[in-house]
Write a protein that binds this ligand. Structure first.
Ligand code: HEM
Length: 212
């Protein structure tokens, strides 16, 4: 009986781990493609796109740097192997992620309110605010050792971090030529998706565990 239980757990861990690794790999590939397609102008020298951002460069540069740290640290933090090997490392990388999001999201909020077109302010502002709020909730849950809530909120937080990729990839690759209203609608859907998807994944995971 114990042997059967152990086999079930091992199979679940293998499937779960494989799915998680596959998802993280997918996230990384999408991000690299996005940087390649959307951000190439940053490395090509002067251009009208870059000129447009020059007035806010002193705020944009730290937003980008800290956003990139959060984007890179996310996959490491979701690794069960790494967490099991060193909880101390997980905690320090977690603190770095939180600090990076705190800075990047507040700057994103500021850029949105002062620089973006008025029609984009509500949806982008909500996105930046939810990025900050979900990260604070994840930290509060970790601090109070509420691990299920920590997992839920940190997954939401990382999906907001990942909007760097989803917003650009969808618009450049899936719907090139989409108009401003379409972009706004897509961003609202994305805001809701970032909040709801982790609930759905956790519910599906629990249901799958019960069936086995
Ligand atoms: C909820 C998350 C985020 C929000 C709301 C947000 C908001 C913004 C806003 C309003 C701008 C100015 C866009 C423009 O008018 O061109 C911007 C630019 C930028 N942000 Fe973020 N940001 C977020 C996450 C991130 C992350 C995680 C990164 C990772 C590096 C990042 C990197 C950039 C870059 C590279 C730009 C320059 C514009 C471009 O080339 O696309 N952002 N962001």
């Amino acid at each position: 009986m114990a042997a059967i239980e152990e086999k079930r757990t091992t199979t679940h861990i293998n499937v779960g781990t494989a799915l998680k690794r596959f998802t993280m790999l997918g996230f990384m590939v999408l991000t690299i493609v996005t940087i390649w397609i959307h951000e190439a102008y940053f490395f090509r020298g002067p251009s009208p796109q870059l000129d447009r951002l020059m007035p806010i460069m002193s705020i944009l540069a730290p937003h980008i740097a800290t956003g990139a740290i959060a984007l890179l640290l996310g996959p490491l933090q979701f690794s069960t192997t790494l967490r099991r090997k060193s909880l101390t490392l997980h905690r320090w990388l977690g603190r770095t992620y939180m600090a990076a999001v705190l800075i990047s999201s507040i700057l994103a909020l500021y850029i949105t309110v002062t620089f973006e077109a008025p029609s984009a302010r509500w949806v982008m502002g909500t996105m930046a605010a939810l990025w900050l709020i979900t990260t604070i909730f994840a930290w509060a849950a970790a601090a109070s050792r509420n691990i299920p809530q920590h997992k839920l909120w940190i997954s939401r937080s990382y999906l907001f971090t990942f909007t760097f990729t989803t917003t650009r990839f969808a618009i450049d690759v899936i719907w090139p030529g989409i108009d401003g209203e379409g972009v706004t609608n897509f961003y609202w859907v994305l805001n809701i998706a970032c909040l709801v998807i982790p609930d759905f994944v956790m519910w599906a995971n629990a249901a799958w565990m019960r069936r086995r």
